[in-house]
Design a protein around this ligand. Sequence first.
Ligand SMILES: C[S@@+](CC[C@H](N)C(=O)[O-])C[C@H]1O[C@@H](n2cnc3c(N)ncnc32)[C@H](O)[C@@H]1O
Length: 325
Amino acid sequence: MSIIEYYHQIRKKYSLASKHDVEWRHDVTTAQLEAILQRLNAAEAALKEQGSKKMKKVDLTASKAEEKLCEFEKLYDRHTGGWFIPGWLTEPFDNEQIENWQSIYKNTPNYAPVEMEVGRFYRALVSLVRPRRVLETGTNNGYSAFCIGKALREIDEKAKLFTLDLYEMEHIFKGTEVEPLIKFLAANSLEIDLAEFADESGVIFFDMLVLDSDHRYKTIIGEINRYAPFLTNGGVMILHDSMFFDGIAKVVEQLMERKEFELVNLPTPRDCGRGIRPPGITIARKVADVPANFLTPDPDLLELEVNLPGRNDLDTALLCRFPRI
Ligand SMILES: C[S@@+](CC[C@H](N)C(=O)[O-])C[C@H]1O[C@@H](n2cnc3c(N)ncnc32)[C@H](O)[C@@H]1O
């Protein structure tokens, strides 16, 4: 092959294997060019194999989950940030339920699942952080688990989402291709045996924690003290309702004092609290190791039910609806 032909072939392949250092020089010999071409051929073959493996892993074309999530999101009320769904889901969710539920629950939206915008944020966040093992506390009907599981599956079919709830109701991800990735455990987040989360080598670790259970100070601080040591460095911990519930806000303040976490607090679009404060979300990124029980509970707050005394304006807040749009 002539030098020109080598160059021609190398150029064609170079965009496929740009990680390989091809030096563009004019004084190279054909032997050197042949060696480069060989490297590029090998890189091209490896990339092709990797590509075909990926295609086999995740078939995004036939997504029952995507369809079901879109259907479920038709039940979201953008005016209040609530959902037109029963408080306790006992029947499987399907297309027929939509009109039915829209009319039955029109005036009594349910605020248990996170806001749709938050669900979509979870999907985006998973695709940024690319976790392989996630733990969620507070499954409820599984909307947030569905969002996380859907995004996880797009990264790796073998990824795992553990999701815990004291009670088991119908889960909206049931019967979709996301279900095999999700391990639901009917358990108390503060009592479950940690061995449940061990991988095949017996190691316990998570790349993402999503804490959304009962919102009391003692529960959230207990969950963080229990699970944050198993969060990988660089992993992300999400606290939902961190602006609305005083107990969570207090723990956020404690976390902000720690150098092991970087924190961001964002409002979320739901008008609980008559517009006084939204549920809110906290994103805490772990940047250094923490030991178990690294946060010292404030004894005065351990008995705090949900919000601090004196906030009577918030007592019925979860039931309030505020037209915003
Ligand atoms: C706000 S809902 C979770 C909503 C869900 N993350 C979603 O967005 O679809 C809170 C759930 O946490 C559960 N829960 C409360 N305390 C818990 C605990 N200590 N351990 C596990 N689950 C708990 C409740 O039963 C309830 O279903």
